[in-house]
Ligand binder design. Structure first.
Ligand code: PMT
Length: 394
C-alpha cells in the first residue's frame, strides 16, 4: 500500500484536510498526518487519528522514535502540505526547521506538494509570492488557491483548492514513479555565455526553468539524469548529476562526452549560435567611438548528435517567433530528431524566463499535439508522456 504524509497547518480551511484524507484512502493510499502546534488550536489531533488509525505527529521531541522525521521520510511517496499557511511557506523557503513539519520537509526526497490557503492580502504579499517562487524553483509543486468567499468575509484569491483536485494532482505525481527506471536521460538547460572580454559576454534570456523542470520530471519517473546546464540562478534537482558549463563550446564538449551513456537526449538549452571570434583577456577600455565585435558560428550540437543518433531518442526544442510548425519540421529533419518541441519565444508570459510555457510537440510521423498555456511542470509531464509513448513504439 502506498503511503503519503499530510502536513496540516492552522487555517480555517483545516476541515478540508479530513476530506483530503478520505479521498486518498478511497484510492488505497495510507496517510500519516503531521500537524503544526498552531493547527491543533483549530482541531484536536484525535480527529485525524480516528480517520487514519495512526498517531498524529505534532512535536519534534515527543514522538516514539527520536528520529522519526528520517524514518518516515523513507516510507512515503509524497509529502503534501494542505492547508499551507504563509508561515510554513516562509519557513520552508528559508530552511527554517523549528518544528516537526519543517524539519521533516528538509529530510524528504520524494515530491513535495503545497496547497496554500490564507487571506488574499497575505497570499499576494510580495514576501509570500517570493517564497512561493523560491519553492517552485526548488521543484515544489504549488497547487494554487482558488478565488472565492474567504473566511475574513471578503471575496478574493486564497481559498484552499478543492480536495478532489489536490488529491488528483498528488496521485498523478505518484503514478509517474518508476516508468523510466533504468533509463539515462541527458538534458541540457539554460543559456550559454560567450565571452567578449574579462567581464562581458553575449548571452540570452533563458533561465533554465524549462530544462530543470524536465530534469525533475525524469527523476520523478525513476530515470537517471545528467543535467548539463549553462549559468542559471536555479537550484538543481537533488538527485541529478549536474555538469555546469558556460559557453557553447564547453556545452558541446560535455554533451559529446556524456552522449554515449544516454538513452534519451533532450536539448533544451538556448545555445548561442555565434561567439566572438576573439576573447580579450582584460576589460576592453572605453576609448574608440565605435568598436566592432566579429562573431563566428558555434557548432550546432544537436545537429552533430543527429548525425550519430543510433538507437537513442533525440529530442530538440525549437525557439520560434513565427511559422512555428513549418520551421520546427525543418529543424527536425535537419537535426534528425524523433521529437521537436516548439515554443513561441516572442511572448513575455511564456517561454524564456517564465514559469509557464505553451508548446507544440511534433513527432517523426508528423503527429502534432498543441498544449494550452501551462506551468513548466505540467508541460514537462506532457513531454515525458509523449517520450514514453515513443519509447514503446521503438
Ligand atoms: O530556460 P527557460 O527560461 O525556461 O526558457 C526555455 C527555452 C525557451 C529556452 C526552451 O523552451 C527552448 O526553446 N530551448 C531551445 C532554445 C534554442 O536554442 O532553440 P533553437 O531553435 O535556436 O535551436 C534548436 C535546437 O538546437 C535546440 O534544441 C537547441 O538546444 C539546439 N542547438 C542550438 C544551437 C546550437 N549551436 N546547438 C544546439 O544544439
Amino acid at each position: 500500500m502506498r503511503k503519503i504524509a499530510l502536513g496540516i497547518c492552522s487555517s480555517i480551511s483545516i476541515y478540508k484536510s479530513a476530506e483530503i484524507i478520505r479521498e486518498f484512502q478511497k484510492k488505497d493510499i495510507k496517510v500519516r498526518v503531521i500537524m503544526t502546534r498552531n493547527a491543533t488550536e483549530f482541531i484536536q489531533p484525535l480527529l485525524f487519528e480516528a480517520l487514519t488509525g495512526e498517531k498524529v505527529i505534532v512535536d519534534q521531541f515527543k514522538n516514539s522514535a527520536g528520529i522519526e522525521h528520517i524514518s518516515l521520510a523513507n516510507e512515503i511517496s509524497l509529502l503534501l502540505i494542505a492547508p499551507a499557511t504563509a508561515n510554513i511557506i516562509g519557513k520552508l523557503a528559508n530552511g527554517i526547521a523549528d518544528d516537526f513539519l519543517s524539519t521533516f520537509y528538509l529530510a524528504v526526497k520524494c515530491p513535495v506538494v503545497i496547497a496554500p490557503s490564507m487571506n488574499e492580502n497575505m497570499y499576494l504579499n510580495p514576501i509570500t509570492q517570493e517564497n512561493l517562487r523560491k519553492l517552485k524553483s526548488l521543484g515544489v509543486i504549488i497547487i494554487e488557491p482558488e478565488v472565492g468567499e474567504l473566511a475574513c468575509g471578503v471575496k478574493g484569491i486564497g481559498r484552499l483548492a478543492e480536495p478532489a483536485k489536490i488529491v488528483e494532482e498528488c496521485i498523478s505525481l505518484m503514478e509517474r514513479k518508476d516508468s523510466l527506471r533504468g533509463k539515462k536521460i541527458l538534458i541540457t538547460a539554460g543559456p550559454t555565455q560567450e565571452k567578449i572580454d574579462a567581464v562581458r559576454f553575449i548571452s540570452n534570456k533563458s533561465s533554465g526553468k524549462m530544462g530543470y523542470s524536465l530534469a525533475r520530471e525524469a527523476l520523478w519517473r525513476g530515470g537517471e539524469v545528467i543535467l548539463i546546464s549553462g549559468p542559471t540562478f536555479l537550484q538543481p534537482p537533488n538527485k541529478a548529476q549536474v555538469i555546469k558549463v558556460n559557453s557553447a563550446l564547453e556545452m558541446r564538449e560535455q554533451v559529446i562526452k556524456n552522449y554515449k551513456a544516454a538513452d534519451i537526449v533532450i536539448m533544451c538549452a538556448a545555445v548561442a549560435d555565434y561567439r566572438p571570434s576573439k576573447t580579450y583577456k582584460t576589460k576592453i577600455k572605453k576609448e574608440d567611438e565605435k568598436i566592432n565585435i566579429e562573431l563566428i558560428r558555434n557548432p550546432d550540437i544537436l545537429e552533430e548528435l543527429g548525425r550519430k543518433k543510433g538507437d537513442k531518442l533525440l529530442i530538440g526544442f525549437a525557439a520560434e517567433t513565427g511559422n512555428f510548425i513549418e520551421n520546427a519540421k525543418k529543424k527536425m529533419k535537419k537535426k534528425n530528431l524523433d521529437l521537436v518541441i516548439v515554443n513561441d519565444v516572442s511572448k513575455e508570459n511564456i517561454g524564456f524566463g517564465s514559469d509557464y510555457n505553451q508548446v507544440i510537440l511534433i513527432d517523426k510521423k508528423g503527429e502534432i499535439e498543441k498544449t494550452k498555456i501551462l506551468s513548466k511542470v505540467e508541460i514537462s509531464k506532457i513531454i515525458f508522456d509523449k517520450i514514453e509513448k515513443l519509447l514503446n513504439e521503438i
